[in-house]
Design a protein around this ligand. Sequence first.
Ligand code: FE2
Ligand code: FE2
Length: 276
Amino acid sequence: MKLTCLVDNGVRPHTRFQGEHGLAFLIESEAGKILFDTGASGTVLLHNMDVARVTPSEIDGLALSHGHRDHTGGLPAFLERRPGLPLYAHPDITRERFSERKGERQAVGIPLSPQELGRLTDLHLSAEPQEIMPGVWTTGEIRERPEPEGRSSRHFVREGEDWLPDPYRDDMALVVETARGPLLVCGCCHAGLLNTLAHVQKVLKREPVAVIGGTHLIAADQAHLQRLTEVLQRLGPPWLYLNHCTGEAAYVSLALVLGERVAPFPAGAVLELESA
Ligand SMILES: [Fe+2]
Ligand SMILES: [Fe+2]
């Protein structure tokens, strides 16, 4: 099993990978190749796929962590080159969503309509866990969220005339089985890392040995970070390969407590483990 970070805010030094505020992963096993998220733009996604020596036509399945543009912006250009691809996501993936900047609310949702998505892909929308290929599952919706979520006060959805905080119902992660144990691969983890881990333990009966991806701890306060490190320590703790919306303060807090178990995972980074 090989997991490559294709798109991230950061890039591995001395490589041709390009960076942008976005995220995409490539998951490869004997069973096939999965693209998880598509970065913020087709330009960076396709360039970085070329650097990683993988073509859109080789991809067997696509999963989306949630609808935000930094994870879905590469979709139109990618699907143009790989129409008909099975796409796994939560039904709320096509909900309009907005981000507030300088008093204005701009659309930051998926750049394709539900009709376009239906025409361009083989759609598998479900709030329940879905198997994408042997050993790779979506978590489904993370319904129970007693722990802090990865929220932004700038994110909104519209309901009739009302603006409401984005409930991030579509936010989900992937679980990838390896010989070392399951990996949890996150997009933005708006549902909250501890909520996502608890959901995986409860619903999928799996204890991830590593967490990879964005953890949206960028706005987490000291109490949140302390609670997080305490629970992670009790859990083992898992290895953390962090990127995207984790935030520097959170990264440093985690690294100070968990030491070598915390590592960055920029575009071009690869994790290779024996398949389960
Ligand atoms: Fe997001
Ligand atoms: Fe994001």
